[in-house]
Design a protein around this ligand. Structure first.
Ligand SMILES: [Fe+2]
Length: 688
């Protein structure tokens, strides 16, 4: 069904967007003269459909409440063929941002757009692309990214992406950028308080008026603070150029609201407080700065968020799935619903979920977890897989027969999760929507855009040699993941649906881990059955420091387990990241590599039961990833740049460390997917 103009009006109203409708082309009638200084955050577009997308800009005024702009969209960069011209209102109430939904566009087309004010002062020109039609069987390509931190890094991964895309043939160019969150970091550092962190020099970005300080982090407490942070990020030239070149499909991760928070709870280190007003502020700023097809309950306000009035009240009255029914909590998280799905040509259904607004408290952070046994000091970072499985599944463990006690390291603790529902990240309502959407998907590839990595983060401390350190007091493997990599039950539900409904072409793309991972979506690992039902990828950060960099600065030199994380090799400036090998091959390989530096010898003693789900792990990689989808094949590329701790002067975004491709043929229902890996350039070292 092709939506008509009236459907569009209703859609625009529901989304809080002004509407433009494309018609016959004619030359521009505006008197546009570019004044980038008057549009300091540039332009952007978002959520491409086959016939519509959203355009965005910000034009601040020193006084007044509202001003009127005109937006033009054309099929050429010179605006000789303008297909839509529409008024667009900016207002102080929306921090002078505006969103315009443009309808009536042609599928799979490049368009150019620009804003102009009453005086003829114009924004920069943006480029955007509509989605291909649902029956368009040509291959599609997009990028997925996450975790950009302008406070402690540089964003030239985007410049590299632009450079490559400008030189690609039209059919191989990116259609959009999926941003999986940590678009901003709400934890702001001031250079005079902290000159450096790891390899990074702290860059002055913003001063927050209303804030609270935790360690050296300043956290915003109001709307003005979140808005100021978005403005600072969008003034970064690389981020701004990327938004002006491609439509973005954005979903927040944790830092768009609160580092360790969930629902409307703010948490950062020791600080934990109900923060309904702050969640609403974070949602409002996101709505204002990320053009997206969201829904909000405040009704058909065309240009503004209209925040609900909420009070900060303790989160109480948790339902079975851990969602606080406290009315202010429900109002705050309900003020913006961002999970959504996009159809993109014949081959892509992109389903994007929210991992923070509805999640249950993680069982390992409950006070009862204090009673759990613990490994001896040297092994203290490890949690036995069998303990995590009991805590995760709650009353559903072992087919509904959970144990009364949890045993670890000679300590028996009452199973405090025995009667509780399984751990959920999506929450009941979103999960119902997600499963339904997945079941109904008809595109060749069903891609789950999930901000959190979903691959087990596993090691085999049971294989440490006798006398190397104290004996591992668990039954076998350990899994350190408190993200989706240890959410066994919820992933199991999703993967079972994929298997039982005969869904093929299922793949996950994610971020957050500040590392590149490629592997398989499987609900269990050896010694249990390993039956992958899909593919799973994690992209490295655009710029945020990863674990390898943190370890280089903080892992004690004399620690017994150092060889499992880093190998200090003579003649090399930085230690080699054996932590990648720990995940891929196990402890014995790490010890061999640390001893001999012989990669082949180390891989030769790989533990084959440890990680059949993994093909690639680089905990020190930065950059971006791409996905290409056709009727028969999915392929991804990890485009890894050197650590972005200094500005990159080269206009091409600088050199690459490596480019690694993974491809899989479309499998039939009941078959298992298989990845093929190819190092296209550079050397990924210990990541394979
Ligand atoms: Fe991050």
């Amino acid at each position: 069904m092709t939506p008509n103009r009236r459907d569009f009006l209703q859609m625009a109203a529901a989304m809080g967007a002004a509407l433009a409708w494309a018609g016959p082309a004619r030359a521009t009638r505006t008197d546009w003269r570019e004044r980038r200084d008057l549009y300091p955050e540039g332009v952007a577009s978002g959520d491409p459909a086959a016939d519509s997308l959203i355009l965005w800009t910000r034009r601040p005024y020193d006084s007044g409440e509202r001003a009127r702009l005109t937006v033009e969209i054309a099929t050429d960069q010179a605006f000789r063929r303008v297909v839509a011209t529409s008024p667009a209102t900016v207002s102080a109430a929306s921090d002078w941002t505006c969103r315009v939904l443009v309808g009536g566009l042609r599928p799979g087309r490049v368009y150019w757009y620009r804003f102009v004010d009453a005086e003829g002062h114009g924004s920069r020109i943006g480029r955007t692309i509509t989605a291909p039609a649902e029956d368009d069987a040509r291959p599609v390509k997009f990028a997925f990214v996450s975790c950009q931190n302008i406070n402690e890094g540089f964003q030239h991964a985007y410049r590299r992406m632009i450079h490559e895309d400008e030189r690609a043939q039209r059919a191989e160019q990116l259609g959009f950028v999926l941003h999986l969150g940590d678009f901003i970091y709400e934890v702001v550092q001031y250079p005079e308080e902290m000159a450096t962190r790891y390899d990074r020099r702290i860059v002055e970005i913003v001063r927050l008026a209303e804030s609270i300080k935790v360690g050296n982090f300043h956290l915003p407490l109001d709307l003005a603070g979140y808005r100021a942070i978005y403005r600072a990020y969008l003034r970064d030239p690389d981020i701004q150029d990327a938004r002006a070149r491609w439509p973005f499909v954005a979903m927040w991760d944790n830092h768009e609201f609160s580092w360790q928070g969930r629902q409307s709870l703010l948490k950062a280190g020791r600080l934990e407080r109900p923060a309904q007003t702050i969640k609403v502020a974070a949602n409002q700023a996101w709505f204002e700065y990320q053009p997206a097809r969201i829904s909000k309950p405040s009704g058909p306000g065309l240009d503004r968020f209209d925040p609900p009035a909420v009070a900060d009240a303790p989160l109480t009255d948790f339902d079975d799935n851990g969602l606080s029914q406290e009315p202010n909590n429900l109002a705050a998280i309900g003020s913006l619903t961002a999970y959504r799905a996009l159809r993109y040509g014949a081959h892509l259904d992109l389903i994007v979920t929210d991992q923070h607004s509805y999640r249950m408290q993680h069982p390992l952070t409950l006070p009862e977890a204090e009673g759990l046994g613990s490994a001896p000091d040297a092994l203290s970072g490890f949690i036995p897989e069998e303990v995590l499985e009991i805590l995760d599944a709650g009353r559903a463990y072992n087919g509904g027969n959970p144990p009364d006690t949890i045993s670890f390291a000679g300590t028996d603790t009452p199973n405090y999760r025995k009667t509780s529902a399984p751990f959920t990240i999506l929450g009941a309502r979103q999960k119902g929507w997600f499963l339904d959407r997945l079941r109904r998907s008809r595109a060749t590839w069903k891609i789950w855009g999930n901000s959190l990595g979903a691959l087990d983060w596993r090691a085999d401390p049971q294989n440490l040699p006798e006398g190397f350190t104290e004996r591992w007091p668990g039954a076998g493997y350990t899994n350190a993941a408190t993200d989706y990599g240890g959410a066994y039950h919820e992933l199991g539900e999703i993967y079972d649906l994929v298997r039982d409904a005969g869904i093929t072409g299922f793949a996950i793309v994610s971020g957050d881990r500040h590392s590149f991972w490629a592997g398989y979506a499987a609900k269990s690992l050896p010694p249990k059955t390993f039956e992958p039902v899909g593919l799973s990828f994690v992209t490295g950060s655009i710029s945020s420091p990863g674990q390898v960099e943190a370890f280089e600065h903080s892992f004690p030199r004399e620690h017994a387990l150092r060889p499992l994380y880093m190998a200090d090799r003579p003649g090399s400036e930085k230690p080699h990241p054996t932590v990648n090998m720990l995940m891929l091959h196990g402890v014995r390989s790490c010890l061999e590599y640390a001893r001999s530096g012989d990669l082949e010898a180390a891989r030769a003693i790989s533990n084959p039961a440890l990680a059949p789900h993994l093909e690639f792990v680089d905990m020190g990689g930065h950059g971006y990833s791409t996905v290409r989808l056709s009727a028969t094949e999915l392929s991804t590329e990890f485009v890894c740049i050197p650590r972005p701790s200094a500005a990159e002067p080269r206009p091409d975004g600088g050199p690459l460390r490596y480019r690694v491709a993974h491809r899989a043929s479309l499998w039939r229902a009941g078959e298992r997917p298989r990845l093929e890996q190819r190092v296209i350039e550079g050397d990924p070292g210990l990541a394979i």
